[in-house]
Design a protein. Structure first.
Length: 335
């Protein structure tokens, strides 16, 4: 099965976060067929990561020094694969099933050269990195982790962190004809959001600025009822430690609402290699949750700009090039 065929086979298995079992079972069979020794790494009920020992070794003399890793889950909706002369289309084609295919092909090629490389494919990256959190307690003790995300085959010098914040405002219901008898939670929330929009966000030289997206707003009961409850969810993309920003957020919100920090993934600077083009990943990866898997590098084929869209795709030539790049990086790290 070549890398294009394998990519399409993976894309055609629906694996929206929480429903990764079928693609995991497919990978177990495919890796065993290729003479790796794969096994399930349970992640709660009916979910599992896939870890493959290099070259079919049940108990290697020593653990692999290098492991390729990426994720099996995708965002909704499921979009089956298609292709033309130069591109593969479909959900997960670049994020990250094409990367899975390229990593398997590279690991297989390296195995034939006598360079054992492990493979780690994870569940839950698109939501909460639960698969990575579980895997971090079961590291084989490798020296390097080469994580795959769509970086246009460039090595990332850094990956932005994520801070997800829930802002909740509480009011008092009343008949809308008599607003003076109530207290509008929506108005309090809007004022809190306006204050947050005026907060100067930190920047990092060579990386860029922290950004924020107000992604969800909900609240109220009916047009003729003064709302007693309102909530917004915000996502900050971090380029500095989160604690000073948390303090700014809490101060800006003040007594208008309550700020709950429900996800905090740190900003990370990453290892690079001379001679490879570089980029800054403005997105978050599983890497912060895989600290026990060795020094991380981040690189993969495909563009993050088409990931999570109805037109997600990966260029076939870029996919083939990724196999060569992964092999080249491993050889460099081994030297």
């Amino acid at each position: 099965m070549d890398v294009v065929t394998l990519t399409r086979a993976l894309v055609d298995i629906e694996s929206i976060t929480g429903n990764e079992t079928k693609v995991g079972e497919f990978l177990l069979a495919e890796l065993a067929r290729r003479s790796f020794k794969p096994h399930k790494m349970p992640v709660g009920a009916n979910r599992f990561n896939v870890y493959a020992s290099p070259c079919g070794a049940d108990t290697p003399v020593r653990p692999p020094e290098i492991v390729f890793s990426t994720h099996m889950d995708t965002v909704p909706p499921f979009i089956p694969s298609s292709e033309d002369a130069t591109k593969i289309y479909g959900r997960g084609s670049c994020d990250a099933k094409g990367i899975i295919a390229a990593q398997i092909a590279a690991a297989e090629r390296l195995c034939k050269e006598g360079i054992p490389v492990g493979l780690l494919f994870l569940v839950g990256e698109e939501r909460d990195s639960q698969g990575a959190i579980v895997a971090n307690q079961q590291s084989p003790g490798c020296k390097f982790l080469i994580n795959g995300e769509p970086t246009d085959n460039r090595i990332a010098i850094a990956s932005k962190g994520s801070l997800r914040v829930e802002i909740t405002a509480i009011g008092r219901m009343a008949h809308s004809a008599y607003p003076e008898l109530g207290e509008s939670a929506i108005e309090k929330l809007l004022e809190a959001l306006n204050r947050l929009r005026s907060v100067k966000l930190p920047e990092a030289e060579g990386i860029g600025a922290t950004t924020v997206n107000i992604g969800l707003i909900e609240g109220g009961r009916a047009p003729n009822v003064i709302p007693d409850h309102a909530k917004a969810q915000l996502l900050y993309r971090l380029v500095t430690p989160s604690e000073p920003l948390k303090q700014q957020i809490a101060a800006a919100v003040g007594d208008l609402a309550k700020a709950d920090f429900v996800l905090d993934i740190p900003f990370m600077r990453l290892r690079t290699l001379d001679g490879f083009p570089t980029m800054v990943a403005a997105f978050t990866t599983d890497i912060p949750a895989l600290s026990n898997w060795g020094e991380p590098l981040l690189i993969g084929p495909g563009s993050i700009h088409v990931a999570h869209t109805e037109g997600e795709l990966i260029d076939k030539a870029e996919l083939q090039k990724a196999v060569e790049l992964y092999c080249s990086i491993v050889r460099r790290l081994q030297s």
